[in-house]
Design a protein. Structure first.
Length: 347
């Protein structure tokens, strides 16, 4: 046998890595998520989902829809769910709990759960709220130097042809908020209907999705809207100079959560996704891209964001909608809205 020479040894070493068995990376675990689409999904993927996928070797499989449509899908699929988790807002979250289509989580398995504000925790053990914003008055600060100070100001002649209202499935929050503004009682819905019918002919327009409202602001169709504080930040980034005004009678808090669907076998992964939303770095990204108020009480926003994002103290001054009352009556209100209000609205 011939001795191993220097040249053959170098060749053997160089070839060695090619001879080693490759280490196969496990396939990412799919997590089927009911989520809003469009710009909302784009910003959420950039701020949250992409990092979550890398950290936990997961793959988000989105099912797009508004929160009400997603909730209806979860209820229709009771016992045979196609989704592991879905986005929900406060009204739908309560319905889902009552219907038994959401399952409880273990807060000990949710990363960063010990850093969130107490009011975000669900007392019954379901997922906590993770993103929140306030609903009040948004306006173009270049066009409206003296913005409305109250919801009731929207009826003033000075703002005729400037105001937009709308939102998919938002008739109920308009009615209860306007009832409260005019009477101090969310249940005075007849008063709210009368007031909305007075306002409707003088509106600049009625918007559907957030993208529709953004387009109408960009086109100058309207310069004032009943809308969310978070959208101010998003549109400011798009070059539209919006500002948020908390009405004298108070804004309304609008929290969002990610609820685990009853029957999922990915509960642990759902809990990890919820925890990702509380990560300090992610919280800043959410504020910058989506205008969400950080749920992590330890997060300090940089000065350029702190100027436009509402604070925790601002939110504590906001009202809660009476969702039990709304959920019990909203179908009847929709029929009445379509019959009495919609014919008076501009496209």
């Amino acid at each position: 046998m011939s001795p191993i020479g220097r040249r053959s040894l170098i060749a053997a070493v160089a070839a060695a890595p090619l001879a080693r068995p490759s280490i196969a990376r496990a396939e990412p675990i799919p997590l089927v998520l009911g989520t809003n689409g469009g710009e909302e999904y784009k910003t959420m993927y950039e701020a949250v989902y992409s990092g979550f996928e890398k950290k936990y070797n997961a793959r988000i499989v989105p099912v797009f829809g508004d929160a009400a449509t997603l909730l209806n899908k979860v209820i229709a699929e009771r016992g045979r769910p196609s989704m592991d988790c879905t986005v929900a807002y406060q009204g739908g979250w309560l319905i889902g709990k009552a219907e038994g289509v959401f399952t409880k989580v273990d807060y000990k398995n949710i990363p960063n759960a010990d850093t969130i504000y107490d009011f975000l925790r669900d007392p019954d053990g379901y997922a906590p709220f993770c993103n929140f914003t306030a609903w009040g008055i948004c306006y173009n600060r270049d066009e409206i130097p003296h913005p409305p100070q109250s919801f009731k100001d929207l009826w003033k002649p000075a703002y005729k042809g400037q105001v937009m209202i709308g939102g998919i499935y938002h008739w109920q929050i308009h009615l209860t908020a306007f009832a409260y503004a005019w009477t101090g009682d969310q249940t005075k819905i007849d008063v709210a209907f009368d007031k909305v019918k007075q306002l409707a002919p003088d509106l600049a327009g009625f918007y559907g999705l957030t993208s529709d409202a953004q387009s109408k602001f960009q086109q100058g169709i309207g310069n004032i809207a009943t809308w969310y504080s978070r959208t101010v930040q998003r549109l400011n980034m798009a070059g539209i100079p919006l500002a948020f005004q908390t009405p004298e009678e108070g804004a309304f808090i609008y929290p969002q959560c990610y609820q685990a669907v009853t029957g999922t076998n990915k509960l642990d992964l759902v809990e990890k996704l919820i925890g990702e939303l509380f990560d300090p770095e992610v919280s800043v990204k959410l504020a910058r891209l989506n205008g969400y108020i950080p749920a992590n009480r330890n997060v300090k926003l940089p000065p350029d964001l702190a100027r436009d994002i509402l604070t925790y103290d601002d939110v504590l001054k906001a009202h809660n909608w009476d969702w039990a009352f709304i959920n019990a009556n909203q179908d009847a209100w929709l029929s009445r809205w379509n019959a009495e209000v919609r014919p008076l609205l501009k496209a």
